[in-house]
Design a protein around this ligand. Structure first.
Ligand SMILES: NC(=O)c1ccc[n+]([C@@H]2O[C@H](COP(=O)([O-])OP(=O)(O)OC[C@H]3O[C@@H](n4cnc5c(N)ncnc54)[C@H](O)[C@@H]3O)[C@@H](O)[C@H]2O)c1
Ligand SMILES: [Zn+2]
Ligand SMILES: [Zn+2]
Length: 393
């Protein structure tokens, strides 16, 4: 089959690799019909390269048709149309019983001290072959799937793998009071969708980015935006100006570890990309390597006693945090990978022909799987208006 494979910093290729096979009775094989590139893939493309191995298959946002099943996959059957969540979870352990699927105790990557295994997400998350491929082996398939009806186009459902539940969780964790206000930092796919969901719920939303077409997408949906490039104050001051000097009730950080505006950490990240893997891993563990500009902005923007929801991914083990401010402002912090299946029943009623969240037009680009190297390049560089790219195997 053809698959998108990792070969080094900013080097992904489309190669022919062996077809996956059923290995466990709980496995299924799906034929992938749509598979997205995610902002999380960009971290692997550059900063987290030390944890990748040459030839690893990327991707964790696939959907398709079940082609083969093991003997213990419950009611999953050949021919079913399914979206595959980015995390692999059993559905029946202590953590899954609490709907903390990204902490599944059956698939936790214990040798790395990490949570549930993820598709296509480095040795930190189990080195599981990913879904940017023609075929995908789904472990724990009895639970690791979302059945969707046939009929509507893939675009209606494909974001259930990650964008929709992740954005939904970010809004839920932001704990905005009824009719309250929230600032969304970052208008990549995750922040864009989080802003749409927050607005749909009737909150007062302010969204922040610095890429013109991303700001324009949010404004077109009636969301107030702040362009970082047009500010001559801090973003905290700009938000306080809009909120009687107080700041918003909640802030969602949908930027994560590669924030713009963090020159020192950018050099540290660049350096880790050039070091031998063993040294780079050590550095990630002992030096604050995250670019924390968005997180620092969040701490500044949130009103006293408010909540910050971190949905952007961070990876440093020794990041410097302004504990005095966090403590004094009495900030609540919630974070983590999205527990995808926890939110599906809430989201499904919004995936109708009326399309209130705009999923049918959410992708800026739909490209052939063969074009993956170009797709990664324009998505990382934010060229050609690339916001969300769907690949078609
Ligand atoms: N927690 C989860 O389960 C989960 C799931 C998916 C993605 N993510 C993470 O969410 C983050 C966003 O993902 P995405 O797909 O939207 O990626 P993206 O890289 O396209 O979006 C990031 C956006 O942030 C903007 N930005 C950069 N610096 C900023 C700053 N200082 N202030 C405001 N905006 C700034 C960028 O211009 C960009 O538009 C990534 O870190 C990704 O890894 C987390
Ligand atoms: Zn993703
Ligand atoms: Zn489990």
């Amino acid at each position: 089959m053809k698959a998108v494979t990792w070969h080094g910093r900013r080097d992904v290729r489309v190669e022919t690799v062996p077809d996956p096979k059923i290995e466990e009775p709980t496995d299924a094989i799906i034929e992938v019909t749509s598979t997205n590139i995610c902002g999380s893939d960009l971290h692997l493309y550059e900063v987290l390269g030390a944890f990748m191995n040459e030839g690893d298959i990327l991707g964790h946002e696939p959907m398709g048709i079940v082609r083969e099943v093991g003997k213990e996959v419950g009611d999953l059957a050949v021919g079913d149309r399914v979206v595959i969540p980015f995390q692999i979870s059993c559905g029946s352990c202590y953590m899954c019983d609490q709907q903390l699927y990204t902490q599944c105790e059956t698939t936790q990557v214990r040798d790395q001290g990490m949570g549930a295994a993820l598709f296509g997400y480095s040795e930190l998350y189990g080195s599981v072959p990913g879904g940017q491929a023609e075929l995908l082996r789904v472990p724990q398939a009895q639970f690791t799937h979302i059945k969707v009806p046939s009929g509507p186009p893939d675009s209606r459902f494909v974001y259930l793998s990650d964008v929709l539940p992740t954005a939904w969780q970010s809004v839920a964790y932001a704990d905005v009071p009824q009719g309250g206000s929230v600032t969304v930092l970052g208008l990549g796919p995750i922040g864009d969708m989080a802003a749409r969901i927050a607005a749909h719920r009737g909150y007062d939303v302010t969204a922040v980015d610095l890429v013109p077409e991303r700001l324009a997408r949010a404004s077109a949906r009636g969301i107030r935006t702040i362009d970082l490039n047009a500010l001559d104050t801090t973003v905290g001051d700009a938000v306080r100006d809009l909120t009687g000097g107080r700041g918003t009730d909640s802030v969602i950080d949908a930027v994560g570890m590669e924030a713009h505006g963090s020159p020192v950490a950018q050099i540290a990240q660049r350096l880790t990309g050039l070091l031998p893997d063993a040294v780079a891993k050590k550095m990630m563990q002992t030096v604050g390597v995250d670019r924390l500009d968005a997180l620092y902005s969040a701490i500044d923007i949130v009103r006293r006693g408010g909540t910050i929801s971190l949905i952007g991914v961070y990876g440093g083990m020794a990041d410097p945090m302004p504990m005095l401010t966090l403590f004094d402002k009495q900030v609540q912090l919630r974070m983590g990978q999205a527990n995808v299946k926890k939110w599906v029943d809430d989201i499904m009623p919004l995936l109708t022909d009326e399309d209130p969240l705009g999923v049918d037009t959410f992708a800026s680009h739909t490209l052939a799987l063969d074009e993956a190297p170009h797709a990664y390049d324009i998505f990382q560089k934010k060229r050609d208006g690339a916001v969300k790219i769907v690949l078609r195997p």
